[in-house]
Write a protein that binds this ligand. Sequence first.
Ligand code: TPP
Ligand code: MG
Length: 964
Amino acid sequence: MDHVPRRRTVDPAIGGHHPGGTGLTSKDGKDRGDHVASGRQRFSIISDGLPSQLPDINPDETREWLESLDAVIKTEGRGRARYVMLRLLERARELQVGVPGLRSTDFINTIPPEHEPWFPGDEHVERRIRAYIRWNAAIMVSRANRPDIGVGGHIATYASAASLYEVGFNHFFRGKDHGESGDQVFIQGHASPGIYARAYLEGRLPEDKLDGFRQEHSHPGGGLSSYPHPRLMPDFWEFPTVSMGLTAIDSVYQARFNRYLYNRKIKDTSRSHVWAFLGDGEMSEPESLGAIGLAAREELDNLTFVVNCNLQQLDGPVRGNGKIIQELESFFRGAGWNVIKVIWGRDWDPLLAQDVDGVLVNQMNTTPDGQFQTFSVESGEYIREKFFGADPRLRKIVQHLSDDELRKLSRGGHDYRKVYAAFQAAREHVGQPTVILAHTIKGWTLGSDFEARNATHQMKKLTKAELKEFRDRLYLDIPDSALEAPLPPYYHPGEGSDEIQYMRERRAALGGFLPKRVVRAKPLKLPGDPVYSEMKKGSGKQNVATTMAFVRLLKDLIKDENIGARFVPIAPDEYRTFGMDSLFPTSKIYSPHGQTYDAVDRKLLLSYKESESGQMLHEGISEAGSMASTIAAGTAYATHGEHMIPVYIFYSMFGFQRTGDQMWALGDQMGRGFLLGATAGRTTLTGEGLQHADGHSPLLAATNPACVHYDATWAFELAHIVQDALRRMYGTSEEHPTGENVFYYLTVYNEPYQQPAEPDDVDVDGLLKGLYRYKAAPETTSGNGEAPHAQILASGVGGRWALEAQRLLAADWGVAADVWSATSWNELAREARDCDEWNLLNPDGEQRVPYVSRTLDSVAGPIVAVSDFMRAVPDQIAPWVHGDFTALGTDGFGFSDTRAAARRYFHVDAASIVLAVLTRLAHHGEVKPETLQQAMEKYRLNEDVADVFANGATTSESNTGGDA
Ligand SMILES: Cc1ncc(C[n+]2csc(CCOP(=O)(O)OP(=O)(O)O)c2C)c(N)n1
Ligand SMILES: [Mg+2]
């Protein structure tokens, strides 16, 4: 382990932020910046705690200082005064005087030229490699837009970022060969063409595959996905990144999860570094900046953001009137990151060296991004006039340069050495995450029609003239005749060429090609039946909500000697809500700093306990952060070759609805684990109201093909579901030797009720398929002949109203109704759809009958379905239920009230089920029409909810249980 996460200590009053931090402090502890505080300092979370209220104990001395400043301004001007002030601040910090950090620095490179490290590569060869990749990336997109295909693609983004990636590939990104995890590289989604183009040169993708770009199914032998999608290219891509914003937050939590695995001694991740490539436009997504505080707090120096600041997004400039690099610098610095700006190429160094008055820097500082974009496309004459023309001293600085040289003055993000210096400083920095803000030009090298043009983001084809200009710019040996052909050619320098050899050698030295996804985790040794037996016994007279039942099971599973340590409980400040605070003392809350304070409740048995090796992730109030942790944990089987079992528990209303895009990313990344939609249901959360009452999350879950949803009524059902889930995801089978790439969404409730023991003859197969007969109709005495029959299908808390309805139907109306537990409407519908698809394509084969049809085709009487969700949830099975089918549901906004009142309002309570059953029976002539009116009156269904519940009256279902 060459790098162990360390703790540093420093007096918090002094603080640790160093505003001029250059990232030059190396891990060997030697300070390589001349004005940088030691990188080994702990970067205090208590920032800038200045005693500003202190009385002035020496007013004369203070006045002298102030007068000195006044004098400098008067005699030498503000520029000089600024310099002196900055030097004073710097000096103060060097002497450990706690002065607040500056939130931004000049618009120049953070690393001065004299501190750039020696560049170990062959710059010439690497330039050639970049040229080939640039060319092939653009050609691939261009060819994918041939007239008969026309599938789009992006050229300009990779063109701006090529140097950033290539420095990484040739010098930093660690691969996975030799059994290591390697680095985790999050690639900007629409930079994918460049990554494919590199893989082509490396011999990983043949030319024909490149021609299948964005034709994943239609291209013979399969094509390439548009963006990084592990689900679609499982041996190649690792991190789905194209939904902007998710890269940033997911990469922060990936870096944190690496530390978690290390601290819990599950995997030595000390050599893994997380690199996240981001667009400057993308940084406006709330998720991009939302988790940077956590990265600083947890001192994630295993994380580097590389923000490609081409100053443009899709429609135009990112901050035309402002300066995105400066803005981002202050955000990151304020959050406690190490910031490295790579703004100017090396040709600016001599100009800056001449800038003794600071006029050049001032011009750089005050020129808005929109103007810089224009400078990128304008002539040298325009630049001389508009940029250097403002001040005679500025003009003088560039008088020796021709207009052409002025035009070519480069941006730092395209200067290989500057980028290398930044990457190295980032990799070596200790105690803070690093953000590299790289100034680039969108569409760089693609020629004047592309570079920095507002439309460049969506330009995907090069004309013949543009192709020639591009080729000349890259000095490629491609004859004009080849460019005249209908399709422009790819370029390969030949297997034996220096460039290809060099690429291969570099990657071999760094641990193999990237991106690459491998699954090395071994199936887990899963616990047998005994751990589930408690759940199957029922709760006797005790009222137990399904959330509690699940938590009890989890506690037992965490004790299992084989898989216990692999559970990763995750919650956004809601453990207590769900009764999981009982895990605090034993499992403990993960904190890289341990617990540095005496917990207020330390004397209690269930005290709040933080620990470096804690198992529980407490994300604070951040569902997005919790999901990011879930993704990192649920994909550790691939990323690190270690199965981890995330159990993320949350208010179901703040799950799929709020972070559905991350659930989608979890599916893309083939994450496994459990999402617990606790406090499920539209009526169970008494008093919490509209924005808490979830009547639809199963429907949202149903849209995710990787998600298996269950809505259990009973604890014993949960036991079977969890056991089967562990088997499917972490066990092995002939069909899925390394487990299935699914994740589970379990809706659980906070409504306590008695949990029955598992019936002896329970139909486990049906339970797991999503439907089984839980309780057959009781004997009825219905007067004449046989009793009318009916079927009630219910899920979740609805199961108990169904049982009550069964009782009322028998007792009050002589109707024999069976009660079915519909543990998963979603799975029933999914299986049925699969059957339909098979039947469609196999008209001559034996037609498959969906399980739900098979099961319900032979039952007697109308079928009424009910749950605490909107009708569309059970309605999913309607096409395959051939009998008379009606669903009741909680459609509409929720509100705060008692459970009983809410259920009556939505007409999902027992009485409403009875009425629904009678209505269908009346329709079929099985009960008299007047029965309906009688039932309405008997159960007061024709009255206002307020009247029914006046004087504290209640219906027969439980209304117990408190708020969540
Ligand atoms: C959540 C989300 N919203 C919108 C898009 C569509 N989109 C793709 S690229 C892009 C512009 C990106 O600009 P920037 O982040 O600056 O990247 P650049 O291409 O300039 O490097 C947009 C809006 C997306 N992919 N994801
Ligand atoms: Mg951009």
